[in-house]
Design a protein around this ligand. Sequence first.
Ligand code: PLP
Length: 369
Amino acid sequence: MIYFDHNATTPIDDRVLDAMLPFLKTFYGNPSSLYRHGRIAGSAIDAAREQLSALLGVQPGQIIFTSGGTEANNLALATLAPQAGLAVSAIEHPSVLEPAQYLKNLEHELTLLDVDTNGLITQDTIDEVIRLKPGLVSIMLANNETGAIQNVVHYTDQLRTHDIRVHTDAVQALGKIPVDFNRLGAHLMSLSSHKIYGPKGCGALVFEKSVEINPVLLGGGQEHGLRAGTENVAAIVGFGKAAELAKTELAERHGYLLKLRKLLEQGLSTIPGLTIFAENAERLPNTVQMGIHGIDGEMLLMQLDQKGIAVSSGSACASGQREPSPVLVAMGIDPSEAKSAIRISLGKTNTEAEIFEFIKQLKSLSVKG
Ligand code: PLP
């Protein structure tokens, strides 16, 4: 199989699995237990927290391990939004948009922030946010569909001077571009392990010390009392190892992925009627969202699947009807054009040969239509 869907999830790195296995088999103690077996598990969590904090440039005490990016996003919104309404970009992941909608139903003011045709927040939008002065602004660092990277540093600078708190969903950015929490200037940041060759079901919320976290899960003292529940020790250990590897290999991975993406885009440019969405935005080195005029994205996905190639389509199924990607619609792409979208997201084990094979197959399918 040619796997081109690394933004959906990544295969676990062998070195990560090796680090995890002892905590599934041998050191199964509860990290809260006081005897040695428990203390070993507790120390492993401390070590993972150090590894992740080194990747982000924060203190270990600024990290809350969660069950994934979804929980981290929910926790971020629950923490900051209730204060004075919230403003979230229209292209956020559903794990930000849906809790935002939930809070709106509880009578909190919700503003959806527009993006331009490249999927980027504009200065006009930020000016409007400053005028509205919500309790929280949530702007993702990199979009999961288009890969477009927002200038979060620039906006947090301005929002901070107006006492507006910022959350950024850095789930897709982590491990692909540098993610320095202090430099980004956000108050809260969400992360996920399974996008960086770690295990699924593990993530983190990073917080600035000035922020008082409003826990969502209650009933235990774990994670500084901010996230109750016995820790998923093996997964946290795996996330820590994946973070350590991401730190040491970031430059190499970035360079390699960008080389592959350029090769891919060269090939795509030879296919008639093909559009790359958010083409002019700075994008993640591994992500290309594209559509071929007149060809349905989901159909193309199924045809590629028959050729042994895994990609994702941009559309979501809502009440039995296939809806175009809300991200592309928010970018002003015509809904019929948006339905042609497929997303190719590359990973560190993909090869040039796979890119050539993909282009060959895509060419033949696009001719057949
Ligand atoms: N945020 C973004 C941008 C994502 O792409 C994803 C997953 O696709 C999530 C959050 C959710 O992360 P998790 O799968 O760890 O819950």
